[in-house]
Design a protein around this ligand. Structure first.
Ligand code: C5P
Ligand code: C5P
Ligand code: C5P
Ligand code: ZN
Length: 470
């Protein structure tokens, strides 16, 4: 069999075989874009393989959630996009004979081992930049080999998951993810192109596309509604149709070229550094089966739509969209997206207006109840580089979870990771020292800690980061 990721092929085949032998499967997945696409890939493959299953989602897998899942009385539990970090707990249930776990994940594994564990990190592949949970699930789906077809069509969802986990943050997907892109292209479900890298090319009217795109900050355009419109008005192009602004997707190649060149010129003339300007262009991934001008056409916009459902307790809506529901589920997801965007922009505004507190090696803020704990990590990541938030320092964010528990999210950069930063270890060690737990990836990680331990947590995190970067 030709496997998409040769290093994972043997383990994927073993996992697939165990699933084929199962009497019943619980499919358990994480509530974000990568978790939803993982679940959709696994669900499609199980369905096509005629393996009976039911799906559950969890915000965070802990003792209680694992106990509940084990109580569902199916012999096999397929964990996707989580499970590795909780392997110590999961293997207890395995040893007592309650369940056989099959895990397709990309998070840092806890200190335990199990037979059906499909994780890129076990095979020398980076789980933060080369393969996501959806990618691991895709490797499994390909190994499940249905009677008709080969599941290559599921590559599109795997790419939405990878992009949703910010694995294309350097502009394009690399490593094992590239193999999945190639399979998607050859299956006719994906298209890859070099294009403007701004978020919203499918759905945002041109002025909004420019105004809201702040990753590459262009003075007089970014965060400047009138400036963005003025810039477009000054171009010798007809950028309106029936009085309404057109979108990037509506432009011809020539028109795009004109806008992009003018944008680069403007950035140069305003003194934006060259390496920042390079970031204006990147690789985009389009889902060819989806209509142009919709959120579903672009992997980045699709992943945001999914986060807008799952992070607000409506994983069912996002899953239905992934599985092809273009009626009620898509309508509902679009409503949720409007709220999600407002929450993100309110959150970023709050962070930048309040400012962050700087320690020696980390910077942090505590949103309390002002930002939902399920999106505080996204907000922290988006705030980096904004006014007063330093790009060269890891950011740690707190938000209240319950009266007793506080959610922690942390984000770094690939540059810091190359210098030794490992936020997964920071979150894990510091949280356990104050009676909580955490983990994740080197570049992005999270934890839950008891309320009231934040100051101690920050002090510990600051020390650990200092050691890592020394
Ligand atoms: O749980 P999971 O692995 O899906 O989440 C990964 C998180 O890490 C996402 O919220 C993603 O935005 C974040 N991330 C990041 N920068 C990176 C890689 C991942 O902020 N370079
Ligand atoms: O597309 P990407 O995963 O990089 O976006 C990360 C988050 O930032 C998404 O949840 C998306 O909603 C949001 N975003 C946005 N507007 C932008 C850039 C990102 O809403 N200009
Ligand atoms: O929740 P947040 O977006 O900050 O999560 C960042 C990364 O850390 C994700 O990959 C998430 O799965 C992981 N995480 C974890 N354990 C926690 C919280 C988050 O492994 N307790
Ligand atoms: Zn993931």
């Amino acid at each position: 069999m030709d496997a998409p990721i040769p290093d994972l092929a043997e383990r994927a085949a073993e996992c697939a075989e165990r699933l084929h032998d199962a009497d019943g499967v619980v499919l358990a997945s994480h509530i974000d874009a990568d978790g939803l696409t993982s679940a959709a890939i696994a669900a499609s493959a199980l369905e096509r393989g005629r393996i009976p299953f039911e799906t559950v989602f969890s915000k965070q897998l802990g003792e209680d959630e694992i106990a509940e899942i084990a109580n569902m009385d199916r012999d096999v539990v397929l964990f996707t996009d989580f499970g590795s970090g909780q392997l110590d707990i999961i293997t207890e249930y395995e040893q007592s004979g309650d369940i056989t776990p099959v895990i397709a994940d990309h998070h840092q594994p806890a200190d335990a081992e199990t037979e059906y564990h499909l994780n890129p990190l076990l095979f020398g592949i980076n789980g933060a930049s080369e393969l996501s949970g959806a990618g691991a699930s895709y490797a499994l789906a390909r190994a499940l080999e249905p009677e008709d077809g080969d599941n290559r069509d599921l590559a599109a969802l795997a790419i939405v998951g990878a992009v949703g986990d910010m694995q294309a943050s350097g502009g394009e997907l690399v490593g094992a993810n590239r193999r999945i892109v190639e399979e998607g292209v050859s299956a006719g479900v994906l298209e890859e192109a070099t294009d403007l890298s701004l978020y919203g090319k499918q759905t945002r009217p041109l002025p909004k596309l420019l105004e809201y795109s702040t990753d590459v900050y262009i003075p007089g355009i970014s965060n400047d509604e009138r400036g963005a419109m003025g810039f477009l008005d000054d171009l010798d192009l007809d950028l309106k149709a029936d009085g309404d602004w057109r979108r990037w997707v509506d432009l011809t190649d020539d028109e795009r070229q004109t806008v992009a060149s003018a944008l680069v010129q403007r950035a140069v003339s305003r003194g934006v550094p060259a390496e920042k300007i390079d970031g204006l262009v990147g690789t985009t991934y389009s889902l060819t089966a989806e209509p142009e001008g919709t959120e579903l056409r672009d992997a980045s916009e699709f992943s945001t739509l999914l986060n807008a459902t799952a992070r607000y307790e409506r994983a069912d809506v996002g899953l239905a969209v992934c599985l092809g529901d273009r009626g009620d589920a898509l309508d509902r997801a679009r409503q949720l997206l409007r709220d999600h965007r407002r929450n993100l922009s309110d959150g970023i505004e709050w962070v930048t207006s309040e400012g962050v507190t700087r320690e020696e090696h980390v910077q942090w803020f505590h949103a309390e109840d002002r930002i939902r704990e399920t999106i505080v990590g996204i907000v922290a990541g988006m705030a980096v580089g904004a006014d007063g938030v330093d790009r060269g320092t890891p950011i740690i964010a707190f938000a209240n979870k319950t009266d007793e528990e506080v959610k922690v999210s942390s984000r770094g950069t690939h540059t810091l990771v190359r210098e030794g930063l490992d936020l997964s270890a920071v979150m894990g060690e510091a949280s356990r020292a104050v009676g909580g737990d955490g983990g994740g990836h080197d570049v992005a990680a999270g934890a839950t800690v008891p309320a009231g331990t934040e100051a101690e947590f920050i002090e510990l995190a600051d020390e650990i980061v200092a050691e890592q970067l020394s």
